[in-house]
Design a protein around this ligand. Structure first.
Ligand SMILES: [Zn+2]
Length: 311
């Protein structure tokens, strides 16, 4: 496969993501939704019926190896058969492309529990490298000499990804640019939802560098790992929501990186929740931040319950 010419490929994002079912409602559907962006790029979404976080995972194929970014929120293969799903997808890709001895890298956007839970499913898999979770293991695997600002390459065989560190949400957060799709994978640092800046100083520095990185590359879509907003500007679904019929698309336009950076600049001096039309920033720095977030969640949940009782 020639990944150098014709990039970025025009893929398919005209998809209705699996977004859960109403309480006591219908068949929740399969535990993992599989969507082909193009024949070498697969986006997976964990079903809301298996975990409310319903994270997105990315499987990118190159001539020599594939990489899976993230392993979802549920370890149990009986509930969340990730290994089986990935094995099936890779076997089909390998057969179509005549690459039987294809290696698999299992890496992570960051190491929070809803992104690494099914790592164990890959532990015994042949020809597989599972990258560790702490910043040191991540730096070693990708070959960072200077973390986080360096941009390093992960060559999948003709398909060369660029990887940089974006700590702030998590100490080992990375962003990945894929020239083949024009995707900038941003994990939980930029997506249509609640952006938790656990370390606001780092988060802002990473947001500044994401803008620079994207300015120098043909980014088509900024792709995160969750959807938590509704289509109503400034309104997110409360934490724990298992039915989200009014989700906006997963992908964000590259200019939203500027919006997130500007929002991070504005939020940096004030702990707590900062609401913007298509995302929220939660400045988690300082002792009052967490109680504020808990109070906000409680208020949202009471409002949602009241809405159900009165509608
Ligand atoms: Zn997450």
């Amino acid at each position: 496969m020639d990944f150098a010419h014709g990039a970025p490929v025009a893929g398919d994002l005209d998809v209705e993501w699996s977004h859960g079912v109403p309480r006591g409602g219908a068949d929740p559907g399969p535990p993992i939704q599989v969507h082909e962006y193009d024949e070498h790029t697969i986006i997976l979404r964990q079903s809301k019926s298996t975990h409310y976080e319903a994270p997105f995972l990315y499987l990118l194929m190159g001539n020599d190896r594939a990489v899976l970014f993230d392993t979802g929120a549920t370890p149990d293969p009986a509930v969340f058969p990730l290994r089986e799903t990935v094995d099936r997808l890779l076997a089909s890709w390998q057969a179509r492309n005549g690459r039987p001895d294809h290696h698999l890298v299992v890496a992570h956007s960051h190491a929070h529990g809803d992104h690494v839970a099914a790592d164990e499913q890959f532990a015994s898999r042949a020809d597989t490298t599972v990258v560790g979770h702490d910043p040191m293991a991540v730096q070693q695997f990708f070959g960072f000499a200077s973390w986080p600002e360096e941009v390093v390459q992960l060559d999948l065989g003709g398909r060369v990804l660029e990887v940089t560190g974006i700590p702030g949400h998590h100490p080992a957060s990375i962003a990945v640019f894929d020239p083949w799709t024009g995707f900038l994978l941003t994990g939980d640092s930029v997506y249509p939802g609640r952006l938790y800046a656990d370390d606001m100083t780092d988060f802002l520095a990473s947001a500044e560098r994401l803008v620079e990185l994207a300015a120098a590359r043909p980014v088509r879509h900024v792709m995160g790992c969750h959807i938590e907003m509704t289509r109503t500007p400034g309104r997110d679904y409360p934490i724990g929501t298992t039915y989200q019929p009014d989700e906006p698309p997963l992908q964000l336009a590259p200019d939203r990186l500027l919006a997130v950076r500007d929002a991070a600049r504005a939020a940096t001096a004030r702990p707590g929740v900062h609401v913007f039309p298509d995302f929220l920033i939660f400045n988690g720095t300082g002792p009052t931040a967490m109680p504020r977030l808990m109070l906000r969640t409680l208020r949202q949940r009471l409002a949602a319950r009241w809405g159900r009782l009165t509608s």
